[in-house]
Write a protein that binds this ligand. Structure first.
Ligand SMILES: Cc1cc2nc3c(=O)[nH]c(=O)nc-3n(C[C@H](O)[C@H](O)[C@H](O)COP(=O)(O)OP(=O)(O)OC[C@H]3O[C@@H](n4cnc5c(N)ncnc54)[C@H](O)[C@@H]3O)c2cc1C
Length: 385
């Protein structure tokens, strides 16, 4: 059988594309070089959060969060979905003004939030350092455990007829719809979606994508110490900076009672090892907000690499100049939140259906680096939805 859609990569993005495509009746085949959801997806924090640095980021993250919320009861318990809410912490009056700006902007998009005074914040999270100016509470945001949510999406796709080929590393993609595996086997499909995370640029040289290292640390169980996902308002500056190493306070209460502590961002360091100096900086920053942290027992630390584009928006759409090749990658630090929105958007594009959000800001053709890549031979392909 020749698939309608061949998805390369079974991380959360490939799994979401497979699920949305299978739901539309397309015959889907997924190729995974390693273990499904064991790439960046397994390293992520799983905070489902609306970010508002620009309208396109806001649109995709709002749509992604809404889709997770509407499917939360379908998720297995092991996915640990918890609507714990996000507290954006303001240290001083300038950050409080930023919280007010954020609240006004989110309201324009129908997203409600609540400003907390310093006292209100202390009542809400007594473990936080005294003297913070206040916070913005986004009560309907959530957390989940990404690898389980990702595998759930994949098994949903399989239940609708999609097939998964494991230990199948794509080594070449061609405009005629063929994919050559590293074992020499060739597969064919009407459309090919490259959702291979950071490795996507191996298949498409010239792709504007860079790995951006992050590290996390998880503690032993300390239930009820923290109740919300806690993020400093300065996080956005760290997430959107384009150079240098940065850290920001970001702590998540896991369903197990553990605390997941983040986060850092690095472009230059491509080694998978923990960077102890940066980890120390990250923990020192965290202890400024949560003084009790220094007395907690850490269990494990790890690193992961966010697939980042120059404008931090994902690449969702057709490869420029191609009829059969599509991209679904480059989600940086928001791929868990935006997975369902991305899967739907790409499936709509594959089926030539109008997406519910404007696809143009994510169109890979927005970057001119493509001129460096090999020109693709154009082949006419009819949509088969
Ligand atoms: C420290 C950290 C914290 C994060 N926190 C959050 C958060 O709180 N909230 C949020 O929304 N996002 C978060 N993210 C971001 C999120 O984890 C990623 O955006 C998302 O997991 C990317 O998923 P992906 O499917 O594109 O990539 P991956 O998960 O890497 O999946 C790609 C898959 O493709 C496979 N593959 C690669 N090459 C080939 C090939 N040639 N042939 C076949 N298969 C191939 C790989 O084996 C892999 O399984 C975080 C990321 C990090 C690193």
């Amino acid at each position: 059988m020749t698939a309608d859609v061949l998805v390369i990569g079974a991380g959360i993005i490939g799994s979401a594309v497979a699920e949305s495509s299978a739901r539309r009746g397309l015959r889907v085949q997924v190729l995974e070089a390693g273990i499904p959801a064991a790439g960046t997806t397994a390293a992520g924090m799983g905070h489902l959060v609306v970010l508002d640095d620009n309208p396109a980021e806001l649109a995709l993250s709002r749509d992604g969060l809404a889709r997770w919320q509407s499917r939360r009861h379908e998720l297995p318990c092991r996915a640990e979905y918890r609507a714990c809410g996000t507290l954006w912490l303001a240290r001083d009056s300038a950050e409080l003004a930023e919280a007010e700006r954020k609240q006004a902007l989110l309201r324009q998009y129908g997203l409600e939030s609540q400003l907390l005074t310093a006292d209100g914040l202390q009542r809400c999270e007594p473990a936080l350092v005294k003297g913070l100016a206040g916070a913005l509470l986004r009560a309907d945001e959530a957390v989940l455990y990404p690898p389980v949510a990702s595998r759930w999406l994949l098994s949903y796709a399989e239940a609708m007829g999609a097939s998964l080929l494991r230990n199948a590393e794509a080594s070449q993609v061609h405009e005629d719809g063929s994919v050559v595996l590293s074992n020499g086997r060739t597969l064919r499909a009407a459309q090919i979606v490259i959702a291979a995370g950071n490795q996507s640029s191996r298949l498409l040289p010239g792709l504007p994508l860079k790995p951006r290292k992050g590290q996390l640390l998880i503690t032993e169980r300390y239930p009820a110490l923290v109740h919300h996902q806690l993020v400093e308002l300065g996080y956005i500056r760290s997430a959107h900076s384009n150079d240098g190493d940065s850290v920001a306070f970001n702590v998540q209460p896991r369903a197990t009672g553990q605390l997941l502590i983040g986060s850092s961002r690095q472009y230059q360091d491509l080694a998978p090892d923990l960077d102890w100096a940066l980890l120390q900086r990250m923990l020192a920053r965290a202890a400024e907000y949560l003084p009790d942290l220094s007395g907690l027992q850490a269990l494990r630390g790890w690193t992961g690499f966010r697939p980042a584009t120059p404008d931090k928006l994902p690449l969702l759409g057709r490869v420029p100049g191609s009829q059969r090749l599509w991209l679904a990658t480059g989600h940086e630090g928001l791929g868990i939140t935006t997975a369902l929105a991305s899967g739907e958007l790409l499936a709509d594009l594959l089926c030539n259906t109008r997406p519910s959000i404007d696809p143009h800001p994510y169109d890979p053709a927005r970057f001119d680096t493509w001129t460096a890549a090999t020109p693709l031979q154009t082949v006419e392909v009819a949509a088969t939805c």
